[in-house]
Design a protein around this ligand. Sequence first.
Ligand code: SF4
Length: 319
Amino acid sequence: MAIDASLIEADANKQNSTPKEDWDATHIDSADAPRAVREYLDTLDKAAFGAASEVQPKFTSHSDPASQWTAARKGPAFFSYSDNYLIDTDHGVILDVEGTRSIRQAEVGSTQTMLTRVKAKFGLVPDWMIADTAYGSGPMLGWLVERKIDPYIPVIDKAGRPDGTWTRTDFDWDALNDQYICPEGHALKQFRRNYSDPSRGPTGKGTARYRALKEVCQVCPSKQKCCPNAEARKITREEQEDARQVARDLANTEEYQIAMKLRKKVEMLFAHLKRILGLGRLRLRGPCGANDEFLLAATAQNLRKLAKIFPAPQQTRKA
Ligand code: SF4
């Protein structure tokens, strides 16, 4: 299976919107509000919409407040919803569709919603999942690997160091002893004794910190390449690092190249949706309106695809 999201413009414009510093949803009277505004209030706690992020959008539309002000296409910003597709890569059939706010957390969250729904509805569980870098966070990869779904997904990796010194990938992970081994063969450990300060252990955000011994680094011949500005080298180990490593290992396989080509099938479906079916801008407002339009458009695309896979029997004309 493969997954991706595409922005579809909402039926809203900036002239009829409020900047974030002036927006206050608590003053809206839901009894008097139009349907799209009531839906906005109803979805404020839902992971696919209001609860997807605590960051307030720069502008909120009056006519469709659940739509997201976004400049994700690197062009002028506009109000939009995200159309998320889960497809079967053998035939390009859309297995599930979900409308969300146009932010990464909501789009990535829809993967779990759709995979859970497809399993419950059709009993389908993929052996592998293909997606782009937006889906390569630790929690997402961990969720897939836990369910024995191989992630053919580029990992979001912030381990790079701009000063050219050794990065985390230059250190070997020793899972048995819960430590990293540096290129000079010394151990970086999380705990060497019982610390009274809990902040020296796991941070509570799923990130653990490993340190080399100061006295070892101070006399190390490779210190300039490793930690020129620190007394000793420190390395953080992100949440779900094992799952991230699974994805990194898969990225070095031949299958990964095939997977990246198969991913284009979702992009082609979105191109078809916009250019041929003409769904460049929504006509209905609110999360329900967006979901209805996305579902109907995906159904039309599937019918077209199924007609190609199973063509109707040719009727022979009687002479
Ligand atoms: S500076 Fe420390 S961590 Fe880095 S290579 Fe030398 S001993 Fe290892």
